[in-house]
Design a protein around this ligand. Structure first.
Ligand SMILES: [Zn+2]
Length: 276
């Protein structure tokens, strides 16, 4: 599943390439990809529209038009945008095609087909959906202050790792890889109760959440499975992972074997020596 940094990479990639491009035609090859609108209406409303801004909230992308219309996109497991010449063969699993006025096509490809698109009449409407309103602040947003974070941790007597993944509780935009990596960097075991985390640890975790996300955005997101960015290029954050995906391998700091457990149904990696 693409996490916040990958989605941000997609956002900035789209921003560089489709702003001011006009949609000449929309082709929907898989009806189910649209969730709040019919194929006919989606195609009719978007024909002739021009992209003006690409926004993101957590893992949701919003493609805003000059008219105010907004396409909401969730990539889910494997959704990806490709920008390709119109005469280039359409890749397998392409579900939606936006024919642009510069001989390019914006193609939405999704192997597992969980990705969804919505059409909203305005930005206000786009962000008023329940799933967006209840999002906690992102690690890189202004609302995510150290004081806020310390206080939020004290509210929960439950393991920290699953809590970091719950988008509406303490923080949003942190997925499985980044939760494991942040906890390693701050020396906290994933099973620790949130309210047992002391001030010094909270500060370390606060910094780690920011660092992991910022570094990852810089290098274009992690690539674990079939994620591709707008150029079809693989991200390369995977090279910098300390614990994620390193079950039974030596810890890069102390050489103890990396532990693997299931926590809240998610695979969880940590070093039982470096993390307490
Ligand atoms: Zn270690």
């Amino acid at each position: 599943m693409p996490e916040l940094p990958e989605v941000e990479t997609v956002r900035s990639g789209l921003e560089k390439k489709i702003i001011n491009c006009k949609i000449e035609e929309v082709k929907v090859l898989r009806e189910k990809t649209l969730s709040n609108i019919s194929v006919k209406e989606f195609c009719e409303k978007l024909k002739g529209q021009t992209f003006s801004e690409i926004k993101r909230k957590a893992k949701n992308l919003f493609l805003e038009m000059k008219s105010g219309l907004v396409i909401g996109v969730h990539l889910k497991m494997s959704g990806a945008f490709l920008i390709q010449p119109a005469n280039e063969e359409i890749p397998k699993h392409t579900h939606i095609i936006f024919v642009l006025d510069n001989n390019l096509e914006l193609r939405f490809k999704d192997l597992r087909a969980f990705g969804r698109m919505n059409l909203f009449s305005s930005w206000q409407e786009a962000i008023s959906t329940a799933s967006i309103i209840k999002l906690a602040p992102e690690p890189i947003s202004k609302n995510f202050s150290l004081d806020y974070f310390k206080q939020a941790l004290q509210k929960y007597k439950s393991p920290i790792k699953p809590l970091l993944l719950e988008q509406s509780k303490i923080v949003s935009g942190i997925g499985n890889i980044y939760a494991d990596e942040s906890l390693f960097l701050s020396g906290i075991q994933p099973t620790r109760m949130a309210n047992s985390i002391n001030e010094t640890e909270a500060e370390k975790l606060y910094k780690a959440l920011k660092t992991v996300i910022i570094n990852s955005i810089k290098v274009g997101g992690t690539s674990i499975r079939d994620y591709v960015d707008t150029d079809g290029q693989l991200g390369n954050y995977a090279l910098q992972l300390n614990v994620y995906g390193r079950k039974k391998q030596k810890c890069l700091v102390c050489e103890s074997p990396i532990q693997f457990i299931k926590l809240g149904q998610r695979g969880t990696h940590f070093c039982s020596n470096c993390q307490t």
